[in-house]
Design a protein around this ligand. Structure first.
Ligand code: NAD
Length: 507
């Protein structure tokens, strides 16, 4: 596959965004970003490291005291402005997502709107930051709680949701009064610059929201920087574990939300047309590059035999094309290297003895230079196979067969990943049982991609998450603040009791 590298000097270069200023970078210190639908280099992204992280942290540190002390309503008004600007520019953001990632334009637009849900939540910050006050916990003694921001914080985000995942993080950190450095994926950086500019346009003070581009070196600099107090990371388990271990070792608060292998459990009483729709939408939407999508089906009894023709019928109708093309259901894979990795996984599945029902490798894309791949369906996948155990993160869907509900549940509960799962059934009792018995925190019932709304908490478990607190929602408020407990007494002059050395009690 030819990846165009000619005329790179003419390609625009992104700038870091530090102290509300675009920091220009020489083309030699940048890497290419490809449009996966054409294979062409469309922009160059800086490879930031220690120096850029140091500059961003210094800016964020200087901005912190005034941002922390800003009246809450004034801070909230900036979020209302920002929300309006993000909505106004939703299609611009979506076009940049499609250009860099390859997902279809309607899917990119939906991602932007899901991200805005978290900004909606941040607009209500005066309510979310309220503390509690308990009078008379002892004689004339009152106790109250208050939540204060942590200081300079960081967001490290993956390629697959260039707007939604960052907006699940930085608005929450900012609303709580922290300042932020966002380090997005270098594969899909295009929509980041616009978000930072809109923040400044909304009235966000300089230094509150900084962007540093880069890879391993920039992440290491953030993880090791003594002035970075908290980090939320979203990406693969290998990197998330490193960020969590190295960050917490240095006293930082870290939440890493990582890889997944989600399975839908299908009971024989399910509405099988709904299940087939769900399997195809979930397995192949966004080219299978969604961490909450169900990429496996555990079909109980003989449901797999009934479902297979329904799934094949739907696959035959899929249109795989440039994500900007009207009617496209699926775009290309985001990078040529990732496409090669998925192709390798298909070969592994075949060698392991899974039945290759549809082979995506045979698909011929609309542009030979694009990173296109067809959809793949495996049947008779078993837990002993690597394609069952590991995340593939591409348009590869597996059918696993189980004799009973209990066997299917045990498979889900035995997996090392636990991000999302779903049950498909018309039996309310079975669904209720599943909610209580399944060892996965985010659960769908007759829904394939059970991502909670942007104002609610979000977190996996096991190898899909590191750290105690979920992101977003009220848990996000707890993550981005330190709680203080104040115990106070206001004795009337001259009316104090006698001096006592006894430990204070409750009278
Ligand atoms: P990734 O781990 O490769 O990259 C994530 C971030 O880490 C990026 O900013 C990247 O630049 C940086 N990075 C990459 N390699 C690094 C290294 N060696 N050292 C330090 N930093 C490094 O992940 P990705 O490929 O961008 O995203 C896909 C993964 O993210 C999948 O595993 C997917 O399941 C996961 N994901 C999880 C969630 C969730 O909420 N649990 C959401 C989206 C994606």
């Amino acid at each position: 596959m030819a990846v165009e590298t000619v005329n790179e000097a003419a390609v625009p270069v992104l700038s870091h965004y530090i102290d509300a200023t675009e920091v220009a970078v020489a083309p030699e210190a940048t890497g290419p970003v490809y449009n996966p639908a054409t294979g062409k280099v469309i922009v160059r992204v800086p490879r930031g490291g220690q120096a850029e992280v140091d500059a961003a942290v210094a800016s964020a540190k200087a901005a912190f005291p005034a941002w922390r002390d800003m009246p809450l309503i004034a801070r909230s008004n900036i979020f209302f402005n920002f929300r309006a600007l993000m909505y106004e520019h939703r299609e611009d953001l979506a076009r940049l997502i499609t250009r860099d990632h390859g997902k279809t334009f309607p899917d990119a637009l939906a991602e932007v709107l899901r991200g805005i849900e978290t900004i909606d939540f941040a607009c209500g910050l005066p309510v979310h930051l309220s503390g509690l006050n308990t009078p008379n916990v002892s004689t004339k003694v009152d106790t109250s709680t208050l939540r204060v921001p942590l200081g300079v914080t960081a967001a490290i985000t993956p390629f697959n949701f260039p707007v939604m995942v960052p907006t699940w993080i930085y608005p929450m950190a900012l609303m709580a009064g922290n300042t932020v450095i966002l380090k997005p994926s270098s594969h899909t950086p295009g929509a980041t610059q616009l978000q930072a500019e809109l923040w400044t346009q909304a009235g966000g003070p300089k230094g509150t929201f900084n962007v540093v581009y880069g890879g391993k070196e920039a992440v290491k600099a953030l993880v090791e920087h003594k002035d970075v107090k908290a980090i939320q990371f979203v990406g693969s388990t290998a990197v998330g574990r490193y960020v969590f271990e190295e960050g917490t070792k240095r006293g930082k608060r870290v939440g890493s939300y990582t890889s997944a292998k989600n399975a839908m459990l299908v009971l024989p009483d399910a509405d099988l047309d709904n299940v087939a729709d769900a399997a195809v939408a979930s397995g192949f939407g966004s080219a299978g590059e969604r961490c909450m999508a169900q990429t496996m089906m555990i079909a109980v009894g003989d449901t797999a035999d009934q479902l297979r023709p329904k799934i094949l019928e739907r696959i035959a109708k899929l249109k795989i094309a440039d994500g900007m093309e009207p009617g496209a259901d699926m775009g290309p894979i985001y990078s040529t290297e990732h496409r090669e990795s998925i192709i390798k996984w298909i070969g592994i599945g075949e060698a392991e003895g899974a039945e290759l029902v549809v082979d995506g490798r045979t698909f011929v894309g609309p542009n030979p230079d694009g990173f296109f791949l067809g959809v793949t369906l495996f049947d008779h996948v078993t837990p002993a196979m690597k394609i069952y155990q590991e995340e593939i993160f591409g348009p590869v869907f597996s059918i696993v067969r189980a004799k009973t509900y209990e066997e299917g549940l045990a498979l889900i509960n035995g997996h090392k990943y636990a991000n999302g799962t779903a049950i498909f059934t018309t039996n309310g009792g079975a669904a209720r049982r599943f909610k209580l018995e399944v060892d996965v925190p985010m659960i769908g019932i007759n829904l394939p991609i059970p991502v909670p709304a942007g104002f609610m908490s979000f977190s996996g478990a096991k190898d899909s998450s590191f750290g105690d607190l979920p992101m977003r929602g009220e848990d996000g408020v707890r993550f981005w603040t330190q709680q203080k407990l104040i115990t106070e007494r206001w004795p009337e002059p001259g009316k104090q009791g006698p001096l006592s050395l006894v430990f204070p009690g409750n009278s």
